[in-house]
Design a protein around this ligand. Structure first.
Ligand code: S3P
Length: 217
C-alpha cells in the first residue's frame, strides 16, 4: 500500500472517492532543525501507514561508506551537501515517508526540488520545536552533529542552545517557505505528533482532490 493510499484510508468519506480519482503517487517528507524528531517520528508515521521509511542521512552514510561526522571532517560540508541533494533526488522518486537532515532547506536547489514535489502531491511537514527543546535533545547525542559540536569538545547546554538559536534564525524562514504542513513537537508525545501529521496530510489531500474535481467540471 502506498503512503497516499494509506493516508486516504483513514477517512471513510475518502474511501468512496478513491476509485474515481487518479492523483499522482505521493510521499511525506519531514523537515526541521536537528533534534526536532524527524527520524523517530518519521519511522512511526511510516509504520502507522504501513509504507517504507527512508532516512536521507542513513542513505548518505551508505553511499559514502562513512558516518556523517566523518564526511564533514574528511571532505567538508560542501561534499556532504552534494551527497544530500543526490539522496533527496533518489528518495523523491519513491513513495515513502522520508526524514531529511536539518540543513536540507539551506540549498536553493533542494528548496526547488521540494516545491516541485509538493506540486505533485508530496506533503512537506515541518516539525517545529523551540531552541531549548532542540538543545536538550541534541545534547543527548554529543559529537553526532558536526555543525553543533565541531571537531573539539562537545558544547555544554548553554553553548548548544546559543548555537541552535543562531542556526535556527538563519533557517526558520526556509522551513516555513518549504512546508505544506507545520506540526509542533514541544512537550508532546510521539503518538500525538504522528496522529496530527497523518490527519493533517489526509486533510490536505482531500482539499487537493476537491480542487482538482472542481477544475474538471
Ligand atoms: C545537519 C543535520 C543533520 C545531518 C548533518 C547536517 C544540519 O541531520 O544531516 O549533521 O545541517 O542541520 P539531523 O537533522 O537528523 O540531525
Amino acid at each position: 500500500m502506498s503512503a497516499n493510499e494509506a493516508v486516504r484510508l483513514t477517512s471513510a468519506e475518502d474511501q468512496g472517492a478513491q476509485s474515481s480519482i487518479n492523483t499522482p503517487q505521493s510521499s511525506i517528507l519531514l523537515i526541521g532543525f536537528m533534534g526536532c524528531g524527524k527520524s523517530s517520528i518519521g519511522r512511526r508515521v511510516a509504520k502507522h501507514l504501513r509504507c517504507p521509511f527512508v532516512d536521507l542521512d542513513r542513505d548518505i552514510e551508505e553511499v559514502a561508506g562513512y558516518k556523517i561526522a566523518q564526511i564533514f571532517a574528511l571532505q567538508g560540508e560542501e561534499v556532504f551537501r552534494q551527497l544530500e541533494t543526490q539522496a533527496l533526488q533518489a528518495a523523491l522518486g519513491k513513495t515513502a515517508v522520508i526524514a531529511s537532515g536539518g540543513g536540507l532547506v539551506t540549498r536553493s536547489e533542494n528548496r526547488l526540488l521540494l516545491a516541485q514535489a509538493a506540486k505533485t502531491g508530496t506533503a512537506i511537514v515541518y516539525l517545529k520545536a523551540d531552541p531549548s527543546t532542540l538543545a536538550k535533545r541534541i545534547r543527548r547525542q554529543p559529537g553526532k552533529r558536526p555543525l553543533i559540536d565541531g571537531p573539539g569538545q562537545p558544547l555544554n547546554y548553554p553553548q548548544t542552545k546559543r548555537r541552535v538559536e543562531e542556526l535556527l534564525k538563519a533557517r526558520q524562514a526556509f522551513y516555513q517557505e518549504c512546508a505544506t504542513l507545520t506540526v509542533c513537537t514541544d512537550n508532546r508525545e510521539f503518538e500525538t505528533v504522528v496522529d496530527e501529521i497523518v490527519s493533517g496530510v489526509a486533510a490536505g489531500e482531500a482539499v487537493q482532490r476537491q480542487f482538482s474535481r472542481a477544475n474538471r467540471l
